[in-house]
Design a protein around this ligand. Structure first.
Ligand code: FAD
Length: 235
């Protein structure tokens, strides 16, 4: 498979840098082709300019997305989300006509998005390190459930242009690493990378397959009755 890693960490000597190197080696050893966009090393310009037209840098990233069978977004959790440089990569690379504004759009059919679109058929996975404990991100954890925190990225960024989103690879307490924990993290990551083609995606509901009233785009009353919030959009 072709695997594209979009990677954001300012230091090559970081934990994230070591995990990225491990992932590239593991994927290549398994016979996959790998491309990495190391956003800090590339000095990626994150700010979208008024009236910006996709230039060489943006088109090159779109080419990598089109090339990929699997796209991995790797980052340390910063303020409960991706680092700003990666958000700026999304804002500039996911352009109108590429990642949104696709397909015939009317009040009877809301275009191609949420399971359909340019990137349909590709798989995406987040690879995230977090300083907090796993329990802090549990269903009743003080930080909020991790599935809820990642929903805007999973659903709003990756699923929106059509990608199937795999459950994330998460490494908690990432500021408290030693050699043994690093080895265990690599082993767990390796298993996930080996299973990229077969892992069951998060079952987000598809937009154009009968679950939503159009044009309100709310779930039909008989679909998951009484369920509200992010979880309602899981089939
Ligand atoms: P590093 O700082 O590079 O290293 C972390 C540990 O791993 C160190 O002990 C280091 O010695 C060790 N290590 C590094 N390389 C190796 C190796 N090859 N082998 C063995 N050990 C190694 N956390 C949250 O949970 N939620 C947040 O919202 C959040 N917001 C943050 C916002 C900011 C601006 C910052 C700076 C941090 C935030 N954090 C948050 C913590 C952050 O998620 C962690 O600091 C980050 O995930 C650690 O990854 P790193 O690559 O930067 O680690």
């Amino acid at each position: 498979m072709n695997v594209f890693i979009v990677y954001a960490h300012p230091s090559a000597n970081s934990l994230n840098g070591a995990l990225k190197d491990y992932a590239v080696q593991r994927l290549q050893a398994a016979g996959h082709s790998v491309q990495v966009s190391d956003l800090y090393a590339m000095e990626w310009k994150p700010a979208l300019e008024a009236g910006e037209v996709a230039g060489h840098a943006v088109l090159a990233e779109q080419e990598k997305l089109l090339w990929a069978d699997v796209v991995i977004f790797q980052f340390p959790l910063w303020w409960f989300s991706m680092p700003a440089i990666m958000k700026g990569w999304v804002e500039r690379v996911f352009t109108h006509g590429f990642a949104y504004g696709i397909g015939e759009h009317s009040e009877l059919r809301w275009g191609d998005r949420y399971g359909e679109g340019t990137l349909a058929g590709k798989r995406a996975m987040l690879m995230v390190t977090a300083g907090g404990w796993e329990s802090h991100y549990g269903p009743r954890g003080i930080n909020g459930a991790v599935a809820d925190l990642l929903f805007p990225i999973h659903h709003g960024i990756l699923y929106y242009p059509g990608m199937d989103v795999l459950p994330p690879f998460l490494l908690y307490r990432s500021d408290r690493m030693d050699d043994a924990r690093f080895a265990a993290a690599c082993a767990a990551l390796g298993k996930r990378l080996d299973a990229l083609a077969t892992t069951v995606p998060i079952p987000f509901r598809r937009q154009n397959y009968g679950d939503y009233d159009i044009p309100a785009m709310t779930l039909k009353v008989d679909i998951a009755p009484g369920v509200v919030g992010f979880g309602a959009h899981l089939a």
